[in-house]
Design a binder for this molecule. Structure first.
Ligand SMILES: [Zn+2]
Length: 394
């Protein structure tokens, strides 16, 4: 049962909070001008939000040049609440506890484990219960837990997961029965896009490409995550690259991810180099040693990926395409290879770059879902400290 503190924030409160978050520091008079709400409303709403610890009076500001009283400045209390995020891979779980602004308090990663319909609730519960024991005291406590699913999800229902059986679980219902804060399930690539939107860029239109065992795209258009009719928008890994090509678990053959996913690239290099096991570290080392086999393979991978990226740019016209992939983070030159392959005059001016959120864009997107819903701000921007300077280079 979700308690009343999670019910939707009133529209004018959300409007005022949006301006306070965007401006970082603002007076009541400025709030009135920027929101169009009269001074009495602004005064009443900010009083309530101060009592609720959402905002804080920070300092006396400068008097306006027409004289009058010096205003008191207001800022968003970035540590007023906590969020929990999970990334559920088929052989790993990663989780983080953070303040509502994405400042990380603790994180945990379990590698080389099986994540299945039978085990997943207990796996999440173990980590969540640990976070509950170490959470710092905040006015609102935990305001949401969001889990990233590698597969098709729509409105918290898991429809299809090609690489594990979570589509056979009742994950949302079971987690919601365990905890009194809201639970959200969303596709991993969608969350990565939302993480980029909320925490790492000023853009309103962007696409994030997540490359792991599969390839998925998350699309943010005019500040809204586009998930399509059933959550299938952006499944570019299952767009067909070679008709009658390799079989894919989706039922088609010749899908992009059977050739250009990191998993496919590792398998290909293992075959060519006669190795039992290949990961991003092994390929990075080979690339740095100027191994011609590795370079050729990575250039081929960039060529194939650029086809998928070109297609998605043609469909959605984003301002930026962000790559979320451990291989591309370790070998940033691969992004240069992709850029040289994008020859289309329509898309040459689109910025294509690696993520600034390291390996955690998905987890940041998971924070964003909980924060958006709690604050009732759909186009929430909480640019991460330190990223603004990077962004100036874009
Ligand atoms: Zn497929």
């Amino acid at each position: 049962m979700i308690s009343s503190k999670y019910t939707i924030r009133e529209q004018n409160e959300a409007k005022i909070l949006t301006v306070i978050i965007d401006k970082k520091e603002v007076s009541r008079a400025e709030l009135s001008t920027l929101t169009g709400l009269n001074k009495a409303s602004v005064s009443a709403i900010t009083k309530k939000m101060i009592e609720e610890d959402f905002i804080t009076e920070t300092r006396i500001g400068d008097a306006s040049n027409v004289g009058g009283r010096k205003p008191i400045m207001l800022t968003f209390n970035r540590q007023s609440a906590l969020v929990i995020a999970f990334d559920l891979g088929y052989n790993y779980i990663e989780a983080m506890l953070a303040y509502i602004d994405g400042t990380i308090i603790d994180s945990t990663r379990k590698k080389r484990i099986d994540v299945t319909a039978k085990t997943v609730v207990a796996q999440i519960k173990e980590i969540t219960d640990y976070f509950l024991t170490i959470q710092p005291e905040t006015p609102h406590g935990i305001i949401g837990l969001t889990a990233a699913i590698h597969g098709q999800v729509y409105k918290n229902v898991i429809h299809f997961t090609p690489y594990y059986d979570l589509d056979k679980s009742n994950l949302w219902e079971e987690l919601q029965a365990l905890y009194d804060f809201p639970i959200y399930l969303e596709n991993e690539a969608n969350l990565a896009a939302l993480g980029e939107y909320t925490f790492s860029s000023h853009y309103q239109n962007l696409v994030s490409i997540s490359i792991h065992s599969g390839i998925g795209a998350g699309i943010v258009e005019n500040g809204h995550l586009q998930v399509g009719h059933r959550g299938r928008a952006g499944e570019i890994g299952h767009s067909i690259l070679y008709p009658h090509g390799l079989d894919c678990p989706c039922g088609n053959s010749g899908c992009l991810e059977q050739y250009a996913s990191n998993k496919a690239t590792y398998q290909e290099y293992a075959k060519e180099a006669g190795l039992d096991y290949v990961n991003s570290d092994i390929l990075q080392q080979a690339f740095n040693e100027k191994n011609q086999q590795a370079i050729t393979l990575l250039e081929k991978n960039a060529e194939l990926l650029s086809i998928g990226i070109n297609n998605i740019i043609m469909m959605y016209d984003p301002e930026m395409v962000v790559i979320n992939s451990s291989l591309h983070r370790k070998i940033p030159e691969m992004v240069d290879f992709i850029n040289t392959q994008i020859k289309n005059r329509f898309s040459k001016d689109v910025l294509i770059r690696n993520t600034y959120l390291e390996k955690s864009a998905t987890l940041y997107g998971a924070f964003a879902i909980s924060a958006q819903n709690f604050l009732n701000i759909k186009k929430l921007k909480l640019i991460k400290v330190g990223i603004e300077e990077l962004e100036d280079r874009d």
